[in-house]
Design a protein around this ligand. Structure first.
Ligand SMILES: Nc1ncnc2c1ncn2[C@@H]1O[C@H](COP(=O)(O)OP(=O)(O)OP(=O)(O)O)[C@@H](O)[C@H]1O
Ligand SMILES: [Mg+2]
Length: 391
């Protein structure tokens, strides 16, 4: 049996899994028409060989920044304008960005060994032949020498005759702006655009669109769509999260031989998606953070010694008790526990990453104290961190 007929006979749920992959760019992007039009109008002068203004696109994760810019790109490449997508997480220095930007014109440049001045001269040569080079620098905050990169690209325009170089920077980190040199800040932020997070209603529409493209007819009911949207709205309206949820719910249904996705699959998928995201986050944590997290998960799962002393509030634990557990964890792993001051730093980092939440207790037997609660399923966290730490 060929794969094709094989997949036809087994796919009850999926019509096209590709549509639900993170790299798929839908033709229509609901609720982003305005942003797409704005990006288009910023770039439009390039089509008449006039240098577009630099653009900076900011918004929280999963608000459609990358996909909107890519949508615009698909309709723009032409003879005069050349727009190129560069992910600065991968091409994370001035040198690598220039190399990537030019290799479409001069493939040999991909080999190393060419110095920066050579790349710079080539860029000027290409643009001076009457081209508008537009560089989309996604996750621009990941660039190590960003000031130098922006300065180099801006400066190049003084030497280019007949064309130009401009930048579309994209980031989900507002704070990196403060770290920039005032000069690069003002060039980069020539035009600024903010993508707002999606509301629950908007997410419903986005999910419905993807379900129609990627799943068989009537596979997902309205209630499951609403639930997916509502859960995602709680997760800051991150459309990527919504799509992960939809994909995993569909996969579960498929796996269990069902031809319907209902609330049950969405709830189950949520657990898996949360664990996947948490494990990605946990994997990058330093050791002490992991040991603190392990300690929290351990007490959450195996019970608090203080539970009977104070009334425990929906899973919140005492900060002091977690510190004691952290000391025990360190001992078990033959590591030296850091001081309480450091411990507080770890707690606030873990909170920033959404792995835990904290609040102050109301005044009880032990006075005011910080209460801490795990943001995810304790068993899952314990498994992931335990594996990382080797305990
Ligand atoms: N309006 C929309 N309609 C349909 N799908 C969307 C929409 N907005 C975002 N998506 C989808 O959600 C996912 C996340 O979008 P995207 O990658 O553009 O987010 P982002 O803002 O670049 O996030 P990050 O800051 O994390 O890079 C993608 O798979 C994208 O296709
Ligand atoms: Mg992005």
């Amino acid at each position: 049996m060929t794969n094709f007929t094989g997949s036809l006979s087994t796919n009850r749920v999926f019509r096209d899994t590709n549509v639900l992959s993170p790299h798929f760019v839908p033709e229509v992007l609901p609720f982003r028409e305005q942003q797409i039009n704005e990006i288009r109008s910023v770039i439009a002068p390039a089509l008449e060989n006039k240098k577009p203004r630099n653009l900076f696109v900011y918004g929280k994760t999963g608000t459609g920044k990358t996909v909107s810019v890519k949508r615009v790109m698909e309709t723009l490449n032409g003879v005069v304008a050349s727009i190129q997508y560069i992910n600065c997480r991968i091409y994370n220095s001035r040198y690598r960005v220039l190399q990537k930007a030019l290799k479409n014109f001069i493939p040999e440049l991909e080999k190393s060994g060419f110095g920066l001045p050579f790349l710079y001269e080539k860029m000027i040569e290409i643009a001076s032949s009457g081209k508008q080079l537009i560089l989309v620098l996604d996750e621009i905050d990941m660039t190590k020498d960003l000031d130098e990169l922006i300065y180099t690209l801006t400066r190049a325009n003084d030497e280019i005759k007949g064309g130009g170089v401009s930048i579309i920077g994209i980031s989900n980190k507002l704070s990196f702006k403060d770290a920039l040199d005032p000069r690069s800040k003002s060039s980069l932020y020539e035009t600024e655009m903010v993508f707002p997070p999606y509301t629950s209603e908007q997410l419903r529409e986005i999910i419905k669109q993807r379900a129609e493209l990627g799943l068989n007819e009537n596979v997902i009911d309205q209630s499951a769509i609403n639930l997916t949207a509502a859960i995602t709205a709680q997760e800051n309206g991150d459309a990527r999260y919504a799509l992960k949820l939809l994909y995993n719910a569909a996969e579960l249904a498929e796996h269990n031989g069902k031809n319907k996705i209902s609330d049950e699959e969405v709830e189950l998928a949520r657990k898996k998606v949360d664990i996947d995201i948490a494990s990605e986050t946990v994997a990058t944590l330093p050791e002490n953070h992991q040991m603190v997290l392990f300690s929290i998960a351990n007490i959450s799962l195996n019970g608090s010694r203080y539970a009977r002393l104070d009334v425990e509030e929906d899973g919140f634990l005492f900060s002091g008790e977690i510190y004691e557990e952290y000391e025990r964890t360190c001992k078990k792993l033959h590591k030296r526990a850091r001081s309480v001051r450091w411990y507080h730093e770890y707690i606030s980092d873990l909170e920033m990453l959404g792995l835990i939440s904290t609040k102050m207790s109301s005044k009880g037997i032990r006075g005011h104290t910080t209460l801490i609660k795990l943001g995810h399923d304790a068993k899952g966290i314990l498994e992931i961190v335990g594996k990382n730490l080797g305990c």
